[in-house]
Design a protein around this ligand. Structure first.
Ligand code: HAM
Length: 414
């Protein structure tokens, strides 16, 4: 029979991967605790219209990357391609603004996008993100950006850079788009089919192009920062000053408009060229109209999401485990009963991992396995030990071996 494989673009996380993953997640929870953010989790799927209304109809995500289906009740549902829309939906639905005018939320959730799989790009991936809801002021943007920056540092990621821009208000963006379209039309013969279409549907998306020829054309395109309104410009300048004061280095990137439609004012990304083509570790920005657009009260908000698979590829968080590993080997039916009970008792020890052999293999094989698992101690129980009412404990590092009476075993390890 043919083997069934995993779906293209998905991944298995084996125990070693999960141990590494847990260290990353633990670090994130610690950082979030320090900034006083509360964790939120939303369902894996939502009504499709939540995403089309927020991310935007003419974005790649909504146009071609969503896993959507009609359920038995005739509703169109979609696996979350990102988290912001779902968090905002939950914020409105659970009336979180009634609890506090300022909500600082974070999440670690799977996202699903049907993109072409490649290094660092998956169809199911995990996002750690934050949504800071309730402040229109640049210090909120600065806090969000510094969390993203600090998280990269604390995960042991080196060689990353912060890119930042402001795309102003929707009104000034209209003026900018008008000028951008005028400019691009001059080069329309050299543009790809998708960009030609986007001149009419969503010209800002053309700034995200990965096409070398288009990138060259865009070098001469109008600069969005010359079009933004005075409020957005002031906001941007204050934000940059706050980043300067916190010694967070950045590059202003005039083409950074992001692939989702809900942003205004600040947009930012952290990238690493060690990731190859999929260089963005994290991306975010301000979205002051989204809550209102999804049926809530006008509330300013800013956030980011970090791709955890990408962060994990770059992270060098070593294991700082000080856990003692005790392997229990036994020979014979009576010994296994004794070993089973001892294993349960030893699990009351702090900072210890107890591995009981349950394969009835030879003592030699059990020792081989204990070495393979990097055990610190092997406890041996055989006829001899049963008769004497104790066990033999071998320290695999020092090779010391000694007989210990049953009632002294816990004390031996304490
Ligand atoms: P995004 O830029 O679409 O933004 O995604 C954020 C991050 O998710 C990316 O920088 C990348 O690291 C990771 N990512 C995206 N697609 C994939 C993929 N196919 N495979 C692996 N990793 C991927 C958002 O999702 C916004 N909701 C961020 C945000 C939060 N803005 C405000 N608040």
């Amino acid at each position: 029979m043919s083997k069934i494989t995993k779906v293209k673009g998905t991944q298995d996380f084996l125990p070693d991967d999960m141990a590494r993953w847990s260290r990353i997640i633990q670090k994130i929870h610690t950082i979030m605790g320090k900034y006083n953010y509360g964790q939120i989790s939303t369902p894996a799927f939502e009504y499709t219209k939540l995403f089309s209304r927020s991310i935007g109809e003419d974005t790649d995500i909504v146009n071609k990357e969503m896993y959507s289906w009609t359920d038995q009740g005739g509703k169109s549902l979609t696996l979350k391609p990102e988290q912001t829309a779902a968090v905002v939906r939950a914020y409105i639905e659970n009336n979180l603004q009634a609890i506090s005018s300022m909500n600082k939320l974070y999440y670690i959730e799977p996202s699903f996008r049907r993109e072409r799989p490649q290094k660092g790009r998956y169809r199911q991936f995990n996002q750690f993100g934050i949504e800071t809801i309730g402040s229109p002021f640049p210090e909120a943007d600065a806090e969000v950006i510094s969390i993203a920056y600090r998280t990269c540092q604390e995960l042991g990621i080196t060689d990353f850079e912060l890119y930042i821009n402001s795309i102003g208000s929707p009104e000034c963006r209209k003026k900018y788009i008008f000028e951008l379209v005028q400019y691009l039309q001059k080069y329309s013969d050299s543009l790809s089919d998708i960009s030609k279409r986007r001149i009419n549907t969503n010209p800002l998306r053309i700034l995200d192009t990965k096409d070398d020829k288009e990138i060259e054309i865009l070098e001469g395109a109008p600069n969005i920062l010359e079009f933004i309104d005075s409020d957005s410009l002031e906001h941007f300048k204050t934000l940059l000053a706050l980043l300067d004061a916190s010694k967070i280095p950045y590059t202003v990137e005039k083409k950074l408009v992001r692939g989702l439609d809900y942003y205004n004012k600040t947009t930012f990304e952290i990238r690493s060229n060690r990731l190859g083509a999929q260089s963005a570790i994290c991306g975010g920005g301000r979205y002051d109209s989204l809550i209102n657009q999804l049926g809530g009260k006008e509330t300013a908000a800013v956030g980011f999401a970090m791709g955890l698979e990408r962060a994990s590829m770059l992270s060098n968080l070593g294991s700082t485990s000080t856990i003692r590993f005790i392997y229990i080997a036994s020979i014979g039916d009576n010994a296994i009963k004794r070993a089973f009970k001892l294993a349960e008792n030893l699990r009351s020890l702090e900072n210890s991992k107890i591995h009981l052999d349950v394969t009835r293999r030879s003592i030699k094989s059990q020792f081989r396995e204990a070495n393979k698992l990097h055990s610190d101690f092997v406890i041996v129980i055989g006829d001899n030990e049963l008769e004497k009412g104790g066990c033999t404990i071998k320290n695999l590092l020092t090779k010391d071996e000694q007989f210990v009476d049953d009632e002294k075993i816990i004390a031996f390890f304490n």
